[in-house]
Design a protein around this ligand. Structure first.
Ligand code: FES
Ligand SMILES: [Fe+2]
Length: 434
């Protein structure tokens, strides 16, 4: 449970709030490169951390992210003409480059240099892993772009996605760090039928065996292992032969998460605040040993298109106002939520908590250990920053590229805590909950 004051502190990320200051000290992916395909193409509106911004690709292919409001008299630069290395406001013709500098003011007095004094707020951008990333903090504190696995692999081995979620970021990211909902929210009844039992031995199991374990072992012991960048969440379940099935998720503050998935692919998701009532999931599926083919990418795009509202491709098709297309028959025959597919199941439960969940009414239990730790870490980092203490994970010394999620079976006497430590980059410390 949190007080309303603590909830406000953690959930508000507009400019000038402590949590907003914390988020603005990290690089964040916010748009797919495929959403900004052409030099001098149409600018795109984005809202990030409560700020209305315009992103555009200039004549040379450079990406700019600037305040939507023209600093002259506030016309929207979404409607600007994108040409010759800048956006020209359609009201009086002031023009701005990717750095936010005013490079032309054709309607000014002849001989005036007023344009040299005018800038529009702008944020640096880079492109990596099929996404555009930005840093919205003070220039003097700009860290290196983190070497997350998707940023060091060739782009062919990464598939990026972006989805809008219609609730506050915190309840959304808490869902990424909550292992005990797997056996209910993501259960498909078929997975309760024993299968692939030959994988009940130390090693990487088949996805089907993992689903059987998470679907039938509702209880998971949760350990939270602190790291220099956030933490590792270790969920341990018993297998029929007495081995241990463990899933390791990782958090890099403030909101980058590595989600355990069986079958060799890794999934990394961030839930970045759009404003206090919405967030966006930018996800990266990584497959280090094998590039994704054009056919696989196309299939993923077609699948994603099925989940967008045909009348408004920027809206998700399954939303609270249509009860996520819940199927009450499927609920008793296919899967408990009666909602498809898996991400929509997560959106349904987190969005219907209310846009900002009332945490004064919750009752947390053992399975929420990682949720509690997330709140503690975010709160501490934000409070520390107000006192001048630098946020975690930004000193350049973190081997981010080594962070991996895991889905693995270990022997009855193996220590999950040590397995998790070996899988990551730094020595484990934190809460061993047994
Ligand atoms: S409002 Fe943009 S140039 Fe005047
Ligand atoms: Fe989930």
């Amino acid at each position: 449970m949190l007080t309303q004051k603590e909830t406000d502190f953690l959930t508000q990320t507009d400019k000038g709030t402590p949590m907003g200051d914390l988020f603005r000290r990290y690089w964040h992916p916010f748009l797919l490169t495929t959403e900004l395909p052409e030099n001098d193409g149409a600018p795109v509106r984005v809202r990030l951390l409560g700020e209305d911004l315009i992103v555009f690709r200039d004549t040379n292919g450079k990406v700019g992210l600037i305040d939507e409001r023209c600093p002259h008299r506030g016309a929207s630069l979404f409607f600007a003409i994108n040409q010759e290395c800048g956006l020209m406001c359609i009201y009086h013709g002031w023009k701005f480059d990717v750095n936010g500098d005013c490079v032309d003011m054709p309607s000014d007095l002849p001989g005036s240099n007023f344009k040299d004094k005018v800038h529009v707020a702008s944020y640096p951008c880079i492109e990596s892993a099929g996404a555009i990333w930005t840093y919205m903090g003070p220039a003097e504190n700009k860290p290196q772009v983190p070497s997350y696995v998707m940023n060091v692999l060739p782009e062919e081995n990464v598939m990026a996605t972006r989805t809008m979620i219609y609730c506050n970021y915190l309840q959304s990211i808490e869902g990424n760090l909550d292992s005990t909902h797997l056996g209910t929210l993501h259960l498909y009844y078929d997975n309760m039928i024993p299968a692939d039992l030959e994988y009940d031995k130390p090693g990487h199991p088949s996805p089907r065996f993992s689903n059987y374990i998470t679907g039938t072992q509702k209880y998971a012991r949760i350990d939270v292992q602190d790291t220099d960048y956030g933490y590792r969440l270790i969920a341990v379940r018993k297998t029929p032969k007495g081995n241990q099935h463990i899933r390791i998720n990782n958090l890099a503050l403030p909101v980058m998460t590595w989600i355990a998935s069986s079958g060799g692919n890794g999934a990394v998701f961030t839930q970045l605040p759009v404003d206090d009532h919405n967030c966006m999931r930018v996800g990266f599926i990584v497959r280090p040993d094998k590039p994704f083919t054009a056919g696989e990418r196309q299939a993923a795009e077609s699948q994603a298109a099925l989940l967008q509202d045909p009348d408004n491709p920027k809206l998700r098709l399954k939303r609270m106002d249509n009860d996520y297309h819940q199927d009450r028959v499927a609920q008793k025959t296919t899967n408990p939520p009666g909602i498809w597919p898996i991400p929509e199941q997560d959106y349904a439960v987190t969005e219907t908590m209310g846009v900002i969940m009332d945490r004064t009414k919750e009752h947390l239990y053992h399975g929420d250990a990682a949720v509690i730790r997330l709140r503690q870490m975010l709160g501490k980092a934000a409070r520390d920053l107000q006192e001048g203490v630098e946020p975690p994970g930004l000193n350049g010394g973190i081997a981010y590229h080594k962070i991996r999620s895991e889905d693995i079976v270990i022997g009855p006497n193996d220590d999950p805590w040590l397995v998790a430590t070996d899988a990551g980059e730094s020595t484990g410390r934190g809460e061993r909950l047994r």
